[in-house]
Design a protein around this ligand. Sequence first.
Ligand code: ADP
Length: 373
Amino acid sequence: MLRVGLTGGIGSGKSTVAGRLAEHGAVLIDADKLAREVVEPGTPGLKAIAEAFGEEVLAEDGSLDRPKLAAVVFNSAEQRERLNGIVHPLVGQRTAEMLAEAADDAVVIHDVPLLVEKNYAPMYHLVVVVDADIEERVRRLTETRGMPEADARARIAAQATTEQRRAVADVWLDNSGTPDRVLAQADALWADRLVPFEANVRLHRSVDYGNARLYDYNPEWPLQAARLAARIKLITGGLRVDHVGSTAVPGLPAKDIIDLQVTVSSLEQGDAFAEPLAEAGFPGDRRHHSADPGRLANIQLRLEGSTDWRHALLFRDWLRASEQERASYLEFKQGIAKQYTSGSAPENVKDAWFDKALPRAESWAQQTAWSPS
Ligand code: ADP
């Protein structure tokens, strides 16, 4: 099963994208819809609300009078918390039930308006954010949904910022254009990424890198690494995860493969995480790779204090510190890339450079009193 978190500001087009993915066969879990269902007439949820806030929040037909309830909780953080304390656990329970019912090979799209605000991103294999300009969103909300403009603006202002959403977005769908453009992006996302990613996760299969070429340094790499690291931290109960390798050195061209080092205190501890890591999309055995065709990654579990562990951190920090050494390393990498134009280079092809560079890195470490922590 692949768990995809879908979010975006109100009026961005989240439901439009969710609907399209559902047409392709995704299982949709709509958090807003569940929040309404758990307080329908006759539910324990509605009973609890009536007990907490009084019968006056019920309409004549016994259903929830939303405007009245909104008025009660609007000005009181305490009352809002009380309401959330009733509704959120019920939504969580329904969500868990729906996940349990989904088929082994399902792609589950979890539409969660407050995914960013609630810090849920690391729980998913992938987070998709739908976005559109604020003015465009206000226009859609007022024109197609008949929302008063002041309401639309107040709701947008109360939600996460674009920057906060960017930080968690593995996939950014721009819906500023016509609907058919975002729908085409959703179609491509489904076919090129979600379907193969799901199969890879289910079969514990990683993506074949083939002969990855060198790219100019991408300032998005640290953000992408941080998103993967947050997932791994969640799975491992907070182990140290470092972004290492070439993509961790600003200014250095690199293969578009994120290297992460997970610090374990024993190899047995690392082995215990093999299964949960595979389930989260990183299959492997101490050396793990990504199952996501859209984001290649190597995840290496290394023993704290071991030579390899220390060297990964040392070389990263040393290359970050010296422009000249970066240039020398790049020249070496370009030489390899030319030599192995077809088929991938042997695993240990870079060892010769690192062996020669090690004394220079070590003397830099001494001079700067560098430490791996
Ligand atoms: P959300 O679920 O993010 O609040 P919706 O998918 O419901 O957003 O879209 C908000 C409104 O804008 C809907 O009425 C929808 O039909 C409309 N809409 C969505 N995408 C576009 C678009 N690209 N151009 C114009 N209107 C759109």
